[in-house]
Design a protein around this ligand. Sequence first.
Ligand code: NOJ
Length: 545
Amino acid sequence: MNFEKLKNLIIYQIYPSSFKDSNNDGWGDLKGIISKLDYLKDLGINAIWLSPIYKSPMNDMGYDISDYYEINPKFGTMEDFDKLLEEAKKRNIGIIMDLVVNHTSTEHKWFKEAKKDLNSKYRDYYFIKEGKGKNKELPPNNWDSCFAGSAWEKLDGHEGFYYMHLFEKTQADLNFNNEEVVKEVENILEFYLKKGVIGFRCDVISNIYKESLNDGKKRLYLTGREHYLSRPNVHNILKRFKENVLDKYDAFMVGETSFVTRDEAKLYLDEFDMVFEFEHASADQNTLVPAIKRKYKPKNLIEPFKVWQKEVKWNSLYLENHDQHRSLSRFGDSKKYNFLSATALASIIFTLKGTPFIYQGQEIGMLDYPYKIGPSNTKDCCVPTVYETVRKLHFPKKIALDFANNVCRDHARSPMQWDDRENSGFNEGNPTWLPVNECYKNGVNVSENLANPCSILNFYKKLIKIRKDFEAFKTGEVEFININKNVLSFYRILNDEKYLVMINLCNKTINTPFRNIKHDLVLSNYTDVSLNILKPYMSIITKLK
Ligand code: NOJ
């Protein structure tokens, strides 16, 4: 996308199942989204990334698509989607679709055709192979699924045959060596761009090209990855998408580059506007196995942000999404410093260089749903396999449950909290697909946030306004200042304007070297500000004179 347009984007991620339920069936829907466009406009965002709304059996909550050209009836119809596009456009809000093409659902007609007849052309749309061993009792290779367990599943009705799934077993991987698959994806892109969407968030894009199906080097996690993670040919495919379709529409593209190294992730900036990298998002995770927690330290959040700011011209700025636990629960202190830590975190993504993304509910300080997940009380398909895999390795139940809880994504997917009515105003009171987080009764809801001038939501609005009003926060240089390992601090400089940003990400008071400096305060989450002292979770944005 043209940089003049790109630099102004402020994107809000909607997780459709949990945003707003207009017909009281317990699931969010497109009409619900339409009814909240004015809220989003007022918040100040100008684009929505919609997690998948296509037809899907919902084993992986829509990331298992059974028809790219139909809307999931749970969410509405294609007419509702057209209406959403129209209503969003009236408000200058662009719609970004989720492009999930590493795999389709096994309910997709291509897979069904392949399964019906192994001689059909659709067999080669996927990886359907004979097993190894005397009786073909072993999968074709030793690769792991990213959701744990083998990446191969027996193909029903075809003794000795398996299909590959790098994610859940109902998500069969597409074969991008097949020219027709590449063409099919171009058609999908073109279909939605013609309708008027402004771009795509590309799901696990770094996995789509499988270079070979050889056995991988045995690893603790993701065995096989050297054969499919970010192989050079993925870039040729993406360049084709760009040249054949995306450039014609000046489409916005963000790629999810999971599991790859920083240098590999950076390569996608040739074809995409930005990527979702995971370095800062691992601040409380073991770097080798993300399912294992490590103690959160602010410097593990700050350092990756700094590195990416220095190394690339532009990138995404996000703190949470539908796959990660809530940032306030992970990196903040909701018990003692709820407003302060939520707003300090928010200050990062609106003052650094790049495109800010807000995940629904982040702007009101939504917290992780506080339940203990087990393999049978979750809606997240990866939990049971992770649990079983850990148990098979002979770890005790308690450890397997801890792992399951750490990876479980239900915590951040509970319904959006609109007000203090039953079910937080998400719907009219019917049971919701995931329970509502009770914290909506304690002020964590949109309506109370709107009414309180000193709320997290109103702070987000102010940050968004700063982003819009001050060009320096879009295109100004970023120059880092070292104050303390728990403080993210930098100047934004544009021509003769210089802004100082200091964000204290810990609960201690920290002295700064800034004394007797003339400045005009732009925004702080404290009312009493002096530049030489950073109180717990204090954020200061100021213009130097
Ligand atoms: C990444 C998506 O964000 C996640 O929700 C999904 O489970 C996997 N990709 C597989 O599509």
